[in-house]
Design a protein around this ligand. Structure first.
Ligand SMILES: [Zn+2]
Length: 332
């Protein structure tokens, strides 16, 4: 029954780079689905958010009594707002005064009114299931931390390919339901291993003038954390990569990472276009730029005259400047 689930995931995974790794066991798929229900109130809502291929897992969990219906009062509380409750009570000639709890109590003690509610599709994790999920989450957190620490040290010593592979291995072994929904490959959306490694190399050697306020040590920590971010590690791991960072610059560390990233992407663009014979011309655009960046807006430049982006003279927070390649048709 689970064989095709594994197939779904494998087909979504770009095969070009990642070594085959052990996939989730059947049991762990159940944990993944159950985890979606863990903190959610409504079965219906969670069910709608699951990829249709794995909805049967939810039914299986109901069969196993890992998803159970809460007391009727809770089901009503989750399903109805006060005005709806009052309408039902009124239709059944029951008083409508009092707060929501009182309205629910009145409704529950009246069979005819209760019939009007129809079948409520509210399921929640059983207490047992919650305990298992807690244990499972703790185990996963330890594994994730272990992977992260290894990836971080690889990035620091520029073992980029190994860092990319290890991150992909982690994501393939421990996929998230959201990855499954979005068909995200372990490398990220629409990115090949070659492109990822190249971009990371550029980030790790990026030295934008706009960030010249940082010391080299701080800049290095920013580069490493930018790579962690580019590899798709979540916020808590980016924070971890930034531990001990105390430098104060005119940009927040989050903005500084973005500027490093933009600088690396720009360097990538230049290198792509530098292979084109006859040279390339670009029109710069800077919508809503600061005074200094707005001065570049509409300017046309050859590749060799391309200014550094982000603009080192920017007097705001690193305005967006977009170079658009011009097709040579006499346009200047
Ligand atoms: Zn600016």
């Amino acid at each position: 029954m689970f064989a095709f689930l594994k197939k779904i995931f494998i087909t979504n995974v770009s095969s070009e780079s990642v070594k085959e790794t052990q996939l989730y066991s059947d049991n762990e798929w159940e944990f993944l689905v159950l985890n979606e229900f863990y903190s959610a109130k409504s079965y219906e809502k969670v069910l709608k958010s699951l990829p249709s291929e794995i909805r049967f897992v939810a039914d299986q969990l109901i069969g196993n009594k890992e998803l159970v219906k809460p007391p009727i009062e809770v089901q009503i509380d989750i399903s109805f707002r006060v005005p709806d409750l009052k309408k039902i009570l009124k239709n059944n000639e029951i008083p409508i005064s009092g707060n929501k709890d009182i309205l629910i109590q009145r409704l529950v003690s009246n069979n005819a009114a209760l019939q009007c509610l129809g079948s409520l599709d509210i399921y929640q994790c059983s207490d047992n299931a919650k305990h298992s999920i807690d244990r499972w989450k703790n185990e996963r957190a330890l594994i994730e931390e272990n992977y992260f620490e290894k990836v971080l040290s690889l990035v620091k010593v520029r073992k980029i390919e190994e860092a990319v592979d290890l991150t992909a291995e982690f994501k393939k072994r421990y996929p998230k339901i959201s990855d499954l929904k979005a068909s995200v490959s372990p490398l990220g959306i629409n990115i090949s291993k070659e492109k990822q490694c190249n971009l990371i190399t550029l980030i790790l050697s990026s030295n934008p003038k706009i960030l010249s306020g940082y010391s080299e040590i701080d800049l290095e920590q920013l580069r490493v954390s930018t790579v962690i971010w580019q590899l798709g590690w979540t916020g808590q791991w980016i924070d971890k990569a930034m531990e001990g960072f105390s430098s104060i610059c005119r940009f927040s560390s989050e903005r500084s990472r973005m500027l490093l990233f933009i600088h690396a992407r720009h360097t990538e663009t230049i290198s792509v276009f530098s292979n084109i014979k006859g040279g390339m011309r670009f029109r710069l655009s800077s919508k809503n730029g600061c005074e200094n960046c707005a001065a570049l807006d509409g300017k046309c430049v050859d590749l060799s005259e391309m200014p550094e982006i982000p603009n080192p003279d920017c007097c705001s927070d690193g305005c967006a400047i977009l170079p658009t390649p011009l097709i040579y048709d006499g346009e200047t």
